[in-house]
Design a protein around this ligand. Structure first.
Ligand code: BG6
Length: 514
C-alpha cells in the first residue's frame, strides 16, 4: 500500500495517557511500516514548556521510544509542539500562525486531522476556537484546498440528550462526514473479521438466524480495576463505559444484515438497523428481570490482593457505581425474533477475555442420548476477540473404539497459527483510516443515538429500582451470583474449560432458555 502523506495531525491532549499508550506508538508503527510519511504532528498541551521538553516527556512515557531509540529519534523530526491553553482564543490564533508556517515550510496544502484526545468538557472550547481561528474548514475531502477532519473519542455524551447536544454543537462547525467518532473496538482485526467471516463464507450465512441459532452471548471480561480513571468512571459506570458503545458495536456486527457493499454507509446503515431493532424495556420490572449490576469488593487477582472499588482513589466510600453489568435483550427483527442476546461485562473478573459465543440449536432427533456429548451439548461457535484471537467451532465426534460415544471436539482457526504475525494495534488502523478519509470503522451519529435510546431506558429503569447492595462480588470472582438468573450456569461444550485460553471464566455459555 502506498504511504499516506502530506497531512497534519493536530493533537489535543498530547501529554495524556491515551497519547502515550496508544496514539504515539501507533503513529510510530505506521511510519516504520511506511504507511505514512512526509507528515506533521502538531502536539499541543499545557504542561510542557517547549518542543524539547515535550520530546523529553514523550521519551520518558512512550515505551517504544526507549525500545528503539534510533528509529524514534528519526520519527521525532515529524513532531512539533505548541503550548496551548485550549480556552484562550488568542492562543489559538498563535497556533494557526504556527501551523501555517510549519505546513508552508513543508509544502503542505493544509490537510488537517484534529484529534480531540481531551475531556469531553473541553470539546466545546476546542472546536469553537478552532473554527474561530479559521483552522477548521467545512471540507471533508479536498486534497487541493485542504481537508479538515475531527476525531472524537468516546464518551459521546452521557445520555441520549447530551449526545444530541454534542452533535448539535459539532454540526455548527463541521459536517457529519468530517466527524470521525472512535470506538476502538472497531479497529480490532477480530472485530472487522466478524463481517468477513459471516459474509465471505457461503456456509455460515444461511445458518445465521433464529431457525438455527438458539442464543448469542457477548462477553467482555477484564481483570483490571478502575485504576487512575475513577474521576471519569465513577460518573459513568459499566453500562455507559463499555456496553453502550463497544458491546453495542459487537452486537451490531454480529446481527447485521448483509450490506449492499463494503461502502462505509452501506455497512453503517445495516449496523444502525440492528441498534434500532433492540426491544427497548418499557418498565422498571422489565429492566430488573433482564439486568444484573455489580460492584467489586476486595479480592485476589493473579495471586495478588487488590482493593475493592470503593477503596480505589477518587471513589466515594459509599459509591453505587456498577463495575459489572449483565443484560439480556432481544431484537425485533425478522432474522432474530426469539433469540436471546446475553451481554455481560465486568472489571476485576478472573480473566481478560472478550468473545462472542453463538450457540446453535440442537439436532431435532436425539440419537446419541446416552453419550458423553448429550443433547444439552450443542454446537457453539466462539469468535474470540481477545486474547488468543481466532474462531472455534465445537462439534460432536465419535470417540474411537467400541460403542457410539461422542465427544465435543473443535474446528479451530487462530490468527497466530494462520498468519504468524502480531495483530496491529486498533489505533493504527483507525488513525490510518481517518488520515485516508475512510469513515467505515467510525461511529455515525445515528448509531450513537440508537444505542443511547436503549441505554437510557435501561439506566432509567435501574435508577427507579431499589439500590443494589454493593459490593456484591469479590475481585477475581466470576461476578455477582445473581447474574445466574440471566446467564444460567450451563456447562458446555466441555464441563472443565479453563479460565484462560479458549475457556470462559464460568465455563458456561448463555442459556437458550428464557
Ligand atoms: C475503554 C474503557 O473504552 O475500553 C475502559 O473506557 C476499558 O474502561 C477499555 O478498560 C477496554 O479496552 P480493551 O481494548 O482493553 O478491551
Amino acid at each position: 500500500m502506498e504511504a499516506t502523506t502530506r497531512f497534519s495531525l493536530v493533537l489535543f491532549g498530547a501529554t495524556g495517557d491515551l497519547a502515550h499508550r496508544k496514539l504515539f506508538p501507533s503513529l510510530f508503527r505506521l511510519w516504520k511500516s511506511e504507511l505514512i510519511d512526509d507528515f506533521l504532528i502538531l502536539a499541543t498541551g499545557r504542561s510542557q514548556e517547549d518542543r524539547d521538553a515535550f520530546l523529553t516527556h514523550l521519551r520518558e512515557h512512550v515505551e517504544e521510544a526507549g525500545d528503539e531509540p534510533e528509529a524514534w529519534s528519526k520519527f521525532e523530526s515529524f513532531i512539533a509542539y505548541f503550548r496551548l491553553d485550549v480556552k484562550s482564543d488568542e492562543a489559538f490564533r498563535g497556533m494557526t500562525r504556527e501551523l501555517d508556517r510549519l505546513e508552508s515550510d513543508r509544502g503542505m496544502s493544509g490537510n488537517r486531522l484534529f484529534y480531540l484526545s481531551v475531556s469531553p468538557s473541553l470539546f466545546g472550547a476546542v472546536t469553537e476556537n478552532l473554527a474561530a481561528s479559521g483552522m477548521l474548514k467545512r471540507r471533508a475531502n479536498d486534497d487541493d484546498n485542504g481537508w479538515s477532519r475531527v476525531v472524537v473519542e468516546k464518551p459521546f455524551g452521557h445520555d441520549l440528550e447530551s449526545a444530541k447536544e454534542l452533535d448539535r454543537h459539532l454540526s455548527r462547525f463541521v459536517d457529519e462526514s468530517q466527524v470521525y467518532r472512535i470506538d476502538h473496538y472497531l479497529g480490532k482485526e477480530t472485530v472487522q473479521n466478524i463481517v468477513a467471516f459471516r459474509f465471505a463464507t457461503g456456509m455460515i450465512e444461511p445458518l445465521w438466524n433464529s431457525h438455527h441459532i438458539a442464543s448469542v452471548q457477548i462477553t467482555v471480561s477484564e481483570t483490571l480495576g478502575v485504576g487512575e480513571r475513577a474521576g471519569y468512571y465513577d460518573s459513568a459506570g459499566a453500562l455507559r463505559d463499555m456496553m453502550q458503545n463497544h458491546m453495542m458495536q459487537l452486537l451490531a456486527m454480529t446481527a447485521m444484515e448483509p450490506p449492499l457493499s463494503l461502502a462505509p454507509n452501506d455497512i453503517r446503515n445495516e449496523k444502525v438497523r440492528v441498534l434500532r431493532s433492540i426491544r427497548i424495556p418499557t418498565t422498571p420490572e422489565e429492566v430488573a428481570a433482564t439486568t444484573v449490576q455489580g460492584q467489586y469488593g476486595p479480592g485476589v487477582i493473579d495471586g495478588k490482593n487488590v482493593p475493592g472499588y470503593r477503596d480505589e482513589s477518587d471513589v466515594a466510600a459509599d459509591s453505587t457505581t456498577p463495575t459489572y453489568i449483565a443484560h439480556r435483550l432481544h431484537l425485533n427483527s425478522w432474522r432474530w425474533t426469539g433469540v436471546p442476546f446475553y451481554l455481560r461485562h465486568g472489571k476485576r473478573l478472573p480473566a481478560r477475555m472478550s468473545e462472542i459465543r453463538v450457540r446453535f440449536r440442537i439436532p431435532p432427533l436425539h440419537l446419541f442420548r446416552a453419550s458423553a456429548c448429550d443433547p444439552s451439548c450443542p454446537n457453539v461457535l466462539r469468535i474470540r476477540i481477545q486474547p488468543d484471537e481466532g474462531i472455534r467451532l465445537s462439534v460432536g465426534a465419535k470417540r474411537p473404539g467400541p460403542g457410539v460415544n461422542l465427544e465435543s471436539v473443535d474446528l479451530q482457526f487462530t490468527y497466530a497459527d494462520a498468519f504468524g504475525t502480531d495483530l496491529p494495534e486498533a489505533y493504527e488502523r483507525l488513525l490510518l483510516d481517518a488520515m485516508q478519509g475512510d469513515p467505515t470503522l467510525f461511529i455515525r451519529q445515528d448509531e450513537v443515538e440508537a444505542s443511547w435510546a436503549w441505554a437510557d431506558a435501561v439506566l432509567n429503569g435501574l435508577e427507579s429500582l431499589p439500590k443494589p447492595q454493593f459490593p456484591n462480588y469479590a475481585a477475581g470472582s466470576t461476578g455477582p451470583e445473581d447474574a445466574g438468573r440471566i446467564f444460567l450456569p450451563l456447562q458446555g461444550p466441555r464441563s472443565n474449560e479453563p479460565c484462560d485460553g479458549w475457556g470462559s471464566f464460568n465455563g458456561g455459555a448463555g442459556s437458550d432458555r428464557e
